[in-house]
Design a protein around this ligand. Structure first.
Ligand code: NAP
Length: 302
């Protein structure tokens, strides 16, 4: 049983002899990759649309014999063998091994204007979209490791990056903060929150952000062509609370160099467990590891 998106080259690792593999998917088949545009770091393809890549993976998995079931799993019971998953359809599925690959989702500010410009200047992924802002001014919002890393990464493309943070101290690691301070392209705007994303409708695009000083309530406008929201990611691990060891705000703990979780027979791959790299290729690699480890686990318990 695999929960999540088929960013997993399962066909290379699952022998036909005994495995009956089901992949469950729900409301956003393909996950975060379906909301990005060009993917330029997928090996073997100079460029591919995220959505197309996910369709190809899904077809590939199906062609290799994976049964793909569209049923949102709303309950998991990992406390007994066989493991149980209950879908919105009311069906209870059982399995001897589970690979969890439910991913993570970027958190958003929740502004209507932010939603309006998503994909048209508003992004939550610098590595996906930074390239499109060559020579442009960019705003990043957030104060953690992600925001600082995104700001640093974006200086490769941007003429200027403004990091907006609602307080006067960052959560980011000291070494990242030092790099931030030393980067002449980055300006930090402390004690500010974004109130509105400003832009044009034809052509649709961002022109700036309206910000408020949270101490003085003073309003000002920062010109920019891109807004990168980096206020954290939330791993989709709600189903796993009190069942598996989680850390770093809900990411599944896996053993070093492995996808094994705290429960034998349960494996986790991709953004559900990876708070650091979060790339399609690293998720696929972890998916391959999980498939190999699940197959070995099933062989050993036979
Ligand atoms: P994070 O550490 O939770 O930081 C989120 C930041 O966004 C905080 O500074 C927070 O402000 C701000 N924020 C949250 N909601 C906001 C809102 N509505 N409006 C404005 N600002 C808002 O998230 P993260 O940076 O994604 O990191 C998540 C975890 O992954 C962390 O444990 C981090 O260490 C880890 N991580 C590690 C690496 C690495 O090791 N290289 C890279 C990325 C992430 P406040 O500070 O005021 O709360």
């Amino acid at each position: 049983m695999v929960l999540g998106q088929p960013v997993i080259p399962l066909e290379y690792t699952l022998p036909e002899r005994c495995l009956n593999l089901c992949l469950f998917r729900a409301y956003q088949p393909g996950g975060q990759l379906t909301i990005t545009t060009e993917v330029e770091n997928w090996p073997g393809m100079t460029e591919v649309q995220g959505r197309d890549l996910m369709i190809q993976m899904s077809e590939h998995a199906a062609a290799a014999g994976t049964e793909i079931i569209s049923d949102h799993i709303n309950k998991l019971n990992l406390g007994k063998q066989p493991f149980e998953a209950i879908g919105d359809s009311g069906t209870t599925y059982t399995s001897d091994a589970v690979v969890l690959a439910t991913g993570a989702q970027a958190k958003w500010l929740g502004l209507e204007s932010e939603n309006n410009f998503k994909g048209f200047g508003v992004s939550a992924c610098a590595t996906c979209d930074g390239f499109f802002y060559q020579g442009a001014e960019i705003v990043v919002v957030g104060g953690g490791n992600t925001a600082v890393e995104e700001a640093l990464f974006l200086t490769k493309f941007a003429s200027k990056v403004t990091l907006i943070h609602r307080r006067d101290s960052l959560r980011a690691e000291k070494i990242l903060q030092k790099r931030l301070q030393n980067n002449k392209k980055i300006n930090v705007l402390w004690f500010h929150e974004i109130e509105e994303v400003l832009g044009t409708s034809s052509p649709k695009g961002v022109e700036g952000v309206r910000v408020r000083n949270v101490q003085t309530n003073e309003i000002s406008v920062i010109n920019c062509k891109g807004l990168f929201v980096a206020i954290g990611h939330a791993p989709a691990s709600e189903l796993l609370t009190n069942q598996l060891d989680l850390h770093m705000g809900g990411y599944v703990v896996t053993k070093p160099d492995s996808t094994e979780t705290s429960i034998p027979g349960v494996f986790a791959a991709g953004d559900l467990t990876d708070y650091k790299y979060r790339q399609a290729v690293t998720s696929a690699g972890m998916g391959c590891m999980a498939a190999l480890e699940a197959e070995k686990y099933l062989s050993d318990i036979e």
